[in-house]
Write a protein that binds this ligand. Structure first.
Ligand SMILES: [Zn+2]
Length: 579
């Protein structure tokens, strides 16, 4: 009978439960020993899990950032896959790919999955079912405290193919021997420095940022788990993306280093996408039927225009669920050209492409799961007034990105591999030419417009001058007329005054030299005097002052003269008023 064991370990889960186990029994394990970098001896663990059968593989998933710990496991013969985040489902991925690689048990084969882990999640349990269906045997190594429930359940469901082993009683044998003074501890800081240096060295790079908004927003709003991590959210509809935080995280702190900042979307609500404009993103709305996805365009363009990727970082803000083979190839080309690649994505939308690239090129590719900063990137929908300051209400309009169950967001028709590449290059070139042509047209059009407007302006000026000249002429003519009229009016008035004066003389009493008052006329010589003046002048003889006649001197009222005096007075008043 052909027997083989497949050793798979979730080091994070296993180490966490081991530490808890030790912390709970200080009398046995000593105080403070559980805080050591790695309590387990990788070699001894391997020996325990291997047993007497042939071992087909020894693989593990590991998130820990402690480089010396990682090195110890690797040195002991474990093949480690680095988790992008502590809670990433890397174990499930590993289990699935292991089963896919090894296949079902046929004939006299007997394959055993030896799984060592901490708590067993429901999704891991589901994955194990596939092993049972493929006629595998499964051995689960865990601590009693974290595994009892699952072990009991599996023992009942698969009595002949399952074996649960509690590590509690092997604990003392599995522990690492205490390091001699400072041997291990001196290693750790230097390794951490290395890690920090690697990250820091990329900080000054030029950044070419590309975001697939459909992937980022779509994954958040479709996920059944992400919103649960936001306090107070009861569904995905309650949460919103903080675009400013997302931009700060992906574009970095130095705007001068950002060479491109493009966001592509096809299914996302355009109102939501508009919110990115204020944060300097260049929006690219794509029709879903577009054959050449814009990230492909971007990659080919970067390769064509930036053959030397030194000090350059391509920042992809997207999952890799729908990456085609062409894109994978292009990413590898970029790495070969010394580009650094940074990926920001939700764990839900990370499949294996980016993680595999990270595993293959650990110094060039880094995956930074958005989940780690969920509290910054996602917030609970509130009234607009209470929303985070950085986010305007226009940025957070209710985003029905894509209805659940609809076709996945993203690229639909991917062209044939080689042709697609050629096609996108051509399209890119044509696009650039179109832009240049448009720019040319715009500039020549504006030149023409300038010419025309100058001509119009010149003519306008001429017209204005002519108008001013004529206006001036008319004004002068008018002034002359007015002057003449004024002169005439003055003459007329003068004549009028002279005529009045002549009349006044005729209406003046010869005694008083004033206008007649109650004019009386003498019978003797027919002369007119003001009555009071005549009465005062006459002596006792009552003779006529004009002809000296005494006998029978009589007068009577000159009514006509009285009327003439009245008319004259009225005319004089009118003349004075005119003045
Ligand atoms: Zn007289």
């Amino acid at each position: 009978m052909q027997q083989s064991r497949f050793l798979l370990v979730d080091f994070d889960g296993l180490l966490a439960s081991v530490r808890t186990h030790m912390r709970l029994q200080p009398a046995v394990f000593g105080v403070g020993c559980s805080s050591e970098a790695s309590p387990l001896d990788a070699q001894k663990l391997m020996a325990l899990l291997s047993g007497q059968e042939a071992v087909a593989c020894r693989r593990g998933v590991f998130y820990g950032r402690n480089a010396s710990e990682e090195r110890a496991f690797t040195a002991a013969g474990w093949e480690l896959s680095k988790k992008p985040a502590l809670d990433h489902r890397s174990l499930e991925t590993l289990l699935k790919s292991n089963l896919a690689d090894a296949g079902v048990c046929e004939g006299r084969q007997r394959k055993t999955l030896v799984l060592a882990t901490g708590e067993v999640s429901v999704s891991v349990l589901k994955t194990l079912e596939a092993y049972f269906q493929a006629s595998w045997r499964v051995q689960l190594y865990c601590l009693r405290r974290s595994g009892t429930k699952m072990v009991d359940r599996l023992r009942v469901e698969h009595p002949s193919n399952f074996q649960g082993v509690y590590l509690d009683r092997f604990m003392k044998e599995l522990l690492r021997e205490k390091p001699k003074d400072g041997v291990a501890s001196t290693l750790e800081p230097s390794n951490q420095d290395e890690e920090e240096q690697r990250v820091a060295s990329a900080d000054g790079n030029d950044r070419f940022v590309f975001m697939d908004l459909d992937s980022i927003a779509g994954t958040l709003f479709k996920s059944s788990t992400l919103y649960q991590k936001v306090l107070g959210a009861s569904s995905a509809r309650d949460v919103r993306l903080n675009f400013r935080a997302l931009t700060d995280r992906t574009c970095g702190s130095d705007p001068a280093k950002v060479k491109r900042q493009v966001v592509r979307y096809a299914k996302t609500n355009p109102h939501l996408a508009q919110g990115l404009l204020a944060l300097h993103w260049v929006l690219k709305k794509q029709s879903t039927s577009n054959a050449v996805p814009s990230h492909l365009e971007l990659l080919t363009q970067l390769i064509a225009t930036n053959p030397d990727g030194t000090h350059k970082t391509l920042v992809l803000v997207m999952g890799d669920g729908r990456l085609d083979a062409v894109s994978k190839g292009l990413l590898a080309v970029l790495v070969a050209m010394q580009w650094r690649i940074e990926v920001h994505a939700w764990l839900d939308s990370l499949n294996d492409v980016f993680l595999a690239l990270q595993g293959e090129y650990p110094t060039s590719v880094v995956v930074k799961p958005l989940d780690q900063d969920l509290s910054e990137l996602v917030y609970l929908k509130q009234t607009d007034a209470a929303a985070p300051k950085a986010v305007k209400s226009s940025e957070i309009v209710s985003a029905t990105v894509s209805t659940p169950g609809a076709a996945p967001v993203g690229l639909t028709a991917v062209p044939e591999r080689g042709m697609g590449l050629e096609l996108s290059r051509l399209q890119q070139q044509m696009h650039e030419m179109q832009q240049a042509f448009a720019a040319l047209q715009t500039s020549s059009a504006s030149w023409k417009a300038t010419q025309q407007s100058e001509e119009v302006e010149r003519r306008l000026q001429l017209q204005q001058d002519e108008f001013a000249r004529r206006l001036h002429e008319q004004e002068e003519a008018f002034d002359a007329d007015r002057h003449e009229l004024t002169q005439k009016a003055r003459d007329a008035r003068l004549k009028h005054r002279l005529a009045l004066q002549e009349r006044e003389e005729m209406l003046t009493c010869p005694i008083t030299q004033c206008l007649y008052e109650t004019p009386v006329v003498t019978v003797c010589c027919g002369k007119t005097f003001s009555k009071a003046a005549l009465d005062g002048l006459q002596g006792r003889d009552r003779s006529c002052p004009w002809c000296r006649q005494q006998r029978g001197f009589t007068t009577h009222l000159n009514r006509d003269m009285a009327i003439l005096v009245q008319q004259y007075k009225a005319e004089c008043d009118a003349f004075e008023e005119e003045a």
